[in-house]
Design a protein around this ligand. Structure first.
Ligand SMILES: Nc1ncnc2c1ncn2[C@@H]1O[C@H](COP(=O)(O)OP(=O)(O)OP(=O)(O)O)[C@@H](O)[C@H]1O
Length: 435
């Protein structure tokens, strides 16, 4: 890509890097040919490997171990975009780091000369702390494209004070995501308060949320602060917001719009101070059309919607999730556990209507049978055939290929784990190889 004018001089690189030394974030300077020219100390500390030089190496080789640019390896390349727009571009990638694969928020800023030619780039890399791209004993885990898309959205919005709406089936991790939004925000030192809106009657909803004064109703023997008050300086997570009764929606809207509210039975107007994260598994837009959810409230909360994928759309993450979830309960019982290949195959071909919560429950049950620490298919109690017609397992080719690569048993075992005949398996393998 280098033209005659598109060269960054050594002295420019030196000047730039001395400037970037004052940044706490890891930063590198690159030319237009993907070569790393320099890096600040923060980069060396976080991504450098002793004895391995990075100057002169390609960014895609360093971060991804690829032998060609990311966009030719099926990933988004921010350099392409920056060339097209002459503006910074930001993307969430999984990078190889000295600590293994990690989610990294990459921002690429072009350096433009007097002739409006891009002569190089400064790249800022920020490791995402609230999600893990390898098995982990806590927090969000995943590295599939579907999961990364949601995480990329989260990364963009977390630091702002904008309301976030999490949309996803039950058990997809809405609460964990909400917590991650909180932790990635400037309010992370403040409280994170969860309000489960389902099953709250109108009166309960109001007194829980706004609190009440002494004597407000029978049994109110003392003043009680509401959850809005508790969330002061932090994040208020309204789970299942689609379940809020119509009559309460207007009060919620007023609270969100003006921040003003009153305790039940009180006269004093209080001022709220929270960042709103709401979640639902219900089709809110449809509910607005059917007039069971207020449109003004919908527009207010849906400024930044994030869709959380169901587990069946991120099957590649199942092995990592299984290992993480097994380790999470292992710490309670003290016994290490692992799933056999055949068990893993079965877990990957199931449809998971209850998503990660269901996966966790299945594993918690199965572990009680695994006396020797190995989880086998017969302990899983899964009706794989009911959830999948034979031959349609792992519908998309990428997850099928990934799955076959991981499976360590024979072809016959693989076919039976997938619930298909060996012939169908061979046909599918051939199709995938051809595609
Ligand atoms: N990406 C993930 N990595 C690891 N664990 C996860 C992930 N997503 C969810 N979990 C786990 O799955 C379970 C369900 O998650 P969570 O309660 O956040 O789901 P939810 O969408 O809020 O469910 P509901 O809609 O039923 O309230 C929890 O035990 C959570 O820790």
């Amino acid at each position: 890509m280098n033209g005659p004018h598109e060269i960054l001089q050594d002295s420019d690189v030196q000047a730039l890097i001395s400037y970037l030394e004052h940044e706490s974030a890891p930063m590198i300077v690159m030319n237009t040919n993907y070569d790393i020219l320099a890096a600040n100390t923060a980069y060396q500390r976080e991504f450098g490997v002793a004895g391995t030089p990075y100057v002169g190496r390609k960014c895609y080789a360093m971060s991804h171990h690829y032998d060609r640019p990311c966009d030719q390896a099926g990933e988004h390349c921010p350099m392409r975009n920056a060339f097209a727009t002459h503006a910074p571009d930001r993307v969430l990638h999984i990078h190889h780091t000295p600590r293994g694969p990690e989610h990294v928020d990459v921002e690429l800023r072009p350096i433009v000369d007097a002739r409006h030619q891009i002569v190089g780039f400064v790249e800022r890399l920020q490791t995402v702390r609230h999600a893990s791209a390898q098995p982990s004993s806590k927090g969000l885990v995943g590295s599939s494209p579907a999961f990364n898309r949601s995480l990329g959205d989260l990364q963009r919005v977390a630091a702002s004070d904008l309301p976030v709406l999490l949309l996803g089936e039950s058990g997809t991790g809405k609460e964990l995501f909400a917590r991650a939004v909180h932790e990635g925000s400037g309010r992370s030192r403040g409280p994170f308060v969860v309000v489960d809106c389902s099953g709250l009657t109108e009166t309960l909803f109001e007194s829980e949320l706004f609190g009440y004064e002494r004597g407000a109703f029978t049994g109110a023997s003392h003043r009680k602060p509401g959850l809005v008050e508790t969330a002061k300086g932090g994040t208020l997570f309204l789970d299942e917001i689609g379940d809020v009764p119509l009559s309460m929606q207007v009060k919620l809207l007023r609270l969100i719009e003006s921040g003003a509210y009153r305790r039940v039975g009180g006269v004093e107007t209080l001022q709220a101070d929270f960042r709103l994260v709401a979640a639902t598994h219900k089709p809110l837009r449809e509910m607005v059309a059917n007039k069971v959810f207020r449109d003004d409230l919908y527009y207010r909360i849906s400024a930044f919607p994030i869709r959380l994928p169901p587990l069946r759309e991120r099957r590649e993450d199942i092995p990592m999730l299984v290992e993480s979830l097994l380790a999470r309960s292992a710490s309670a019982s003290g016994k290490p556990m692992h799933a056999s290949d055949a068990a893993l195959a079965m877990l990957m071909s199931y449809d998971w209507p209850g998503n990660i919560r269901e996966l966790r429950n299945v594993l918690d049950r199965a572990r009680l049978f695994a006396d020797d620490g190995e989880l086998r298919p017969e302990y899983l109690n899964l009706d794989v055939s009911a959830s999948h017609a034979p031959g349609t397992e792992l519908r998309d080719d990428a997850s099928f290929r990934d799955y076959v690569k991981r499976f360590k048993g024979s072809r016959k075992e693989l076919a039976s784990a997938l619930g298909m005949s060996e012939r169908s398996l061979y046909r599918r393998l051939k199709l995938v190889a051809a595609g």
